[in-house]
Structure formats: C-alpha cells, structure tokens
Design a protein around this ligand. Structure first.
Ligand SMILES: Cc1ncc(COP(=O)(O)O)c(C=O)c1O
Length: 374
C-alpha cells in the first residue's frame, strides 16, 4: 500500500495543474519584474494577473493584496505594521493562535509598543464572544483584535462574520489568520469587514514559501521590508514569480473545486470519527468537531505504555499524521492548544488532517493499524 498522508494541515501536495503552470513560467519567463524591457514586463504581467486572481477570489481590490513569503510573514506584517503605522496600542488575541501570531505578539509586547491581552476560551475551544464584547466595551480606542479563522490543531472555526461585525460596531481593527481556511471556505470582503487577512499557498495545494497578506485600503502602512519598490513599496525584494503564479493557480482551483473537495473531506472525516468511536469508545475528539474545519480531526486516546511512540509507529506503518502543529510534530512538546483545553489530561493526541485525495479505505487501514498500536 502507498503511504497515507493525513497531515494536510501542515502542508498539502502540490496540484499537478499548479506544477504545470509553474514549470511553464520557469521555462519561459526569467525576467526581473522590475525591469522595463520585454522580459521584465512579461514577468510583471504574470504577477499582476495573479494578484487579480487572488483579489477576485476574495472580492477585494488588487491594491489590497501584497505577496509575501508565506503565512508567517503575512501575519508578522499585519500585526507589526498595525502597531508601528496605525497607532495600535492594545491587541486582543487568543492563547490558541498559531505560534507565528503568538510570538509576534510577544515581540510586540516586549518592546512596550502595545499591550496584549487574551480573550477567554470556552471548554470546547471557542472564543468567548461575550468576553470579547465586554473587553471592547471597556475600551476600544487604538485596539486591534487578532483571531484565527480556523485553529490549525483542533480545527475550531471562528464565526468570521460575527466577529467582523463586532469589530465594526466598535470601530477596531480586525486581523484574521485565514491560513487554514483560504480556498476552503468562501470569504467575501465586500460583505465581511476585515482589516488584515493572511494566506499561504502550500496549505491549498500550491508551492511552499509564498503567501499573501490582504490589507484593507483604509489602512495606510509603511514598508515592511526596506528595499526596492516591489509590492508597491511595501515589501522590497525581487518577487517569487513562479511561486506567485503557482499560488494564484492553486487558489483558483481550490475555489473552482471547493464543493467537490469539501464533500470528499467531510465524508472521510465523518467516517473516521465513526470508525474510531466503534473501535475505541473512550476516544476524545478535541475541540468542537461540530463547528470545525472539515480537514482537521484532533483525537486523544487514553494513555497506554504502547502509545508512547504512536506517531513513530504510524510513520513506520506508512501513515503520516502529526502530534500537534508541524512546528512541534516529531518533538515531544505536546500541543499548546490541546494543553490549554485539557491541562491535566494524560492522553495520546494525534492530529489527522485530510485532503480530497484521502479515502474511506485509507481510514479503514489507519484504524486497523492503530488498533494494534494502542
Ligand atoms: C494557522 C496558521 N497560521 C500561519 C501558519 C504559517 O504559515 P507558513 O507556513 O506559510 O509560514 C500556519 C502554518 O502552519 C498555520 O497553520
């Protein structure tokens, strides 16, 4: 049997159509997009076409999309520029954010430029929206709310429209880390008022090392990377032309095939939950599987001596999964998200995350292998 890849929240395999589009550009277009001659203009036109594709997918204007090296840079740029250029002095976030947000917030707090506070999280891992409202009622001046759309470890979904409306009501900035949902859920920025969003191509079957940040036109920021005039002066450095073309193609395909892919992933996730419950009545699904991303399923099993090397044994059996986020997989540090929700529980936790390539037959194989390991 071929290997079974169930770690698609960490990254996804590149879509063959994306690869073809990228190779074509690598072969035909080597110009520097900042050059004014024909080679340069050709590269520039590819980048601008890609920007249009991304803007169309989000229903925003092309001037609001800035290409970056990925989700980490996009989130850093949004948060740090908001503090430096927009006068943000207070950030409300959550302890369940991705490390690129949490560590950016630590860095901001360490400079004393802004204060950071954490909203309450309920027992299922959702943001307590009443607590968020209370905090905004208390104070809303110079405030930014930073909350992720889907948690990368447990999959929980934020009610994006509701939070955007709440931030709108109080006139505060809203940054949403949409790295796990970009291409998977429709986002219409005409309807949903957000100040900053982030995207990363390798999470939606595109290449690694390329992403983008959406910055609402009302927010005038200064350069994030000092250098040339690339990305309308905001991010110096010769653009990753092939990566940007791949990102746009991958996003276009993700939007086109969204329902088909979603149905497949939903059915596989549902089936895995049923099979796991059958075989392990004591299994726990972390977070709230009823309001979570259809690609993520975080599972905890009661502790057993045999389970200590679970991930390694799964790997040896040809199954790739993760213990938490990719940053911690393979290292026994546990997940800060599951740890926050279940601080005292001693269980073996695995994050399975699906793609539309996964099947029910694969789930049967995984459950059968797991049965021998626990
Ligand atoms: C929610 C979330 N935000 C940000 C990132 C970082 O994205 P990138 O790998 O493109 O830097 C990830 C990747 O794991 C993620 O899951």
């Amino acid at each position: 049997m071929n290997r079974i890849f169930l770690d698609n929240a960490a990254t996804t395999p590149i879509d063959p159509e994306v690869l073809t589009a990228m190779v074509e550009v690598m072969q035909s277009t080597f110009g520097n997009p900042s050059s004014i001659h024909a080679e340069g203009r050709k590269a520039r036109s590819l980048i601008e076409a890609a920007r249009k594709t991304v803007a169309n997918a989000l229903n925003c204007s092309i001037g609001e999309i800035f290409f970056t090296s990925g989700g980490t840079e996009a989130n850093n740029m949004a948060l740090k520029n908001a503090v430096r250029d927009l006068g943000v002095k207070r950030i409300i976030s959550s302890p369940l954010e991705h490390h690129c947000v949490l560590h950016s917030l630590e860095a901001i707090a360490a400079t004393g430029a802004a204060e950071v506070e954490m909203v309450n999280i309920d027992e299922r891992g959702h943001v307590d929206l009443a607590d968020l409202r209370r905090r905004l009622e208390e104070q809303s001046a110079d405030t930014l709310v930073s909350l992720m759309h889907s948690n990368n470890e447990i999959g929980n979904l934020l009610p994006l429209q509701e939070v955007a409306d709440l931030c709108g009501e109080f006139g505060v900035y809203f940054h949403c880390d949409t790295v796990q949902t970009m291409g998977y859920f429709p986002i219409d920025l005409e309807k949903t008022r957000v100040s900053f969003l982030s995207g990363s191509a390798h999470k939606f079957y595109g290449p690694k090392g390329v992403g983008f940040v959406y910055i609402n036109n009302d927010n005038h920021i200064k350069p994030y990377l000092d250098g040339g005039a690339q990305e309308r002066n905001m991010r110096g450095g010769t653009e990753n032309v092939y990566g940007i073309v791949g990102l746009a193609k991958a996003l276009e395909r993700a939007v086109e095939e969204r329902e088909e892919r979603r149905n497949q992933m939903e059915s596989v996730k549902q089936y895995m939950m049923e099979r796991l419950r059958e075989v392990y009545p004591e299994v726990r699904f972390n977070g709230d599987p009823c309001r979570s991303h259809y690609k993520v399923l975080s599972v905890s099993f009661p502790e057993s001596p045999k389970g200590d090397l679970l991930l390694m044994n799964l790997d040896l059996a040809g199954i790739s999964a993760s213990g938490g986020s990719a940053c911690s997989s393979g290292i026994d540090v546990g997940s800060h998200v599951v740890g926050h929700l279940h601080p005292d529980s001693k269980r073996h936790t695995i994050r399975f995350s699906f793609s539309h390539h996964n099947t029910r037959e694969q789930v049967d194989y995984v459950v059968e292998k797991l049965a021998a390991m626990l």
